[in-house]
Design a protein around this ligand. Sequence first.
Ligand SMILES: C[S@@+](CC[C@H](N)C(=O)[O-])C[C@H]1O[C@@H](n2cnc3c(N)ncnc32)[C@H](O)[C@@H]1O
Length: 278
Amino acid sequence: MSGFEPLLPADVSGVPVREFSASYLQRTRTGMWDGAREALSELALDSRGRVLDVGCGTGELTAVLREETDATVVGLDANRDLLGHATPPIVQGDALSLPFPDDSFDLVVCQALLINLPDPEAAVREFARVSSDRVAAIEPDNGAVSITSTADPEARLARRARALYLSGVETDVTLGADAADVFADAGLADVSTRRYDHERIVDPPYSEAAIEAARRKASGAGLDDDRATMLAGDATPADLDDLRQAWRAMGRDVVEQMRDDDYYRREVVPFFVTTGRV
Ligand SMILES: C[S@@+](CC[C@H](N)C(=O)[O-])C[C@H]1O[C@@H](n2cnc3c(N)ncnc32)[C@H](O)[C@@H]1O
């Protein structure tokens, strides 16, 4: 569609963006909205003409939106590498300074973006500028994730790792239902929130992604990614060494159990769909 061709400058300079890998986004979002489209009903997708998905990453939500509407759905992200996995129309840009005139869309939506921004209200104000009708945010509460696992210490170790991560992370990754306050503070009307529990099950036959996740537990690679954040919070290097040792032992147990088709894991991440009118 003209006006929404891929726009890929070398970088969006000055935009501090938390890094996500394409494989992480694809692994955690696949099937996320299967059987749960009703939770998106407040977005009134069937009556939309132009929709913007801000912080679209690899375009997992963008694809779901396109299935639910005849509208043109544009994906925007600051990260060019992630956009390389998304389907056009896509645009590289900054959520806080969207490269569109006022009222360009009738719905501006994001998923798991506000939790990564130091000033979510500024982003919501910018969404309201380019939307003529509705703004929506689908944000998790990462402090309320629950895990059950046949690898005995997995739930406890994951809770410990999450607590240490939360102590060091600079943005509000538990925003969830509180996004409604951000919407109200940004001046949106008719604000409402709906909870959707995203359940991810790992059971046999195991997918490639599940096998890779188990390998990362056994090697400690997943924990290592968050080391700097944890050290910025309550964790000492000794805490992390202890956690890493226990984590890797748990990972080896997961790999063992998978060999015998015995491993089962259930994770529930509460997401909150918040909408408001401009
Ligand atoms: C957790 S990912 C969510 C991706 C996608 N919405 C999903 O749910 O699969 C957060 C995304 O926001 C993007 N992002 C972070 N800060 C941004 C900014 N200031 N402007 C545009 N995109 C940004 C990141 O590059 C990343 O793709």
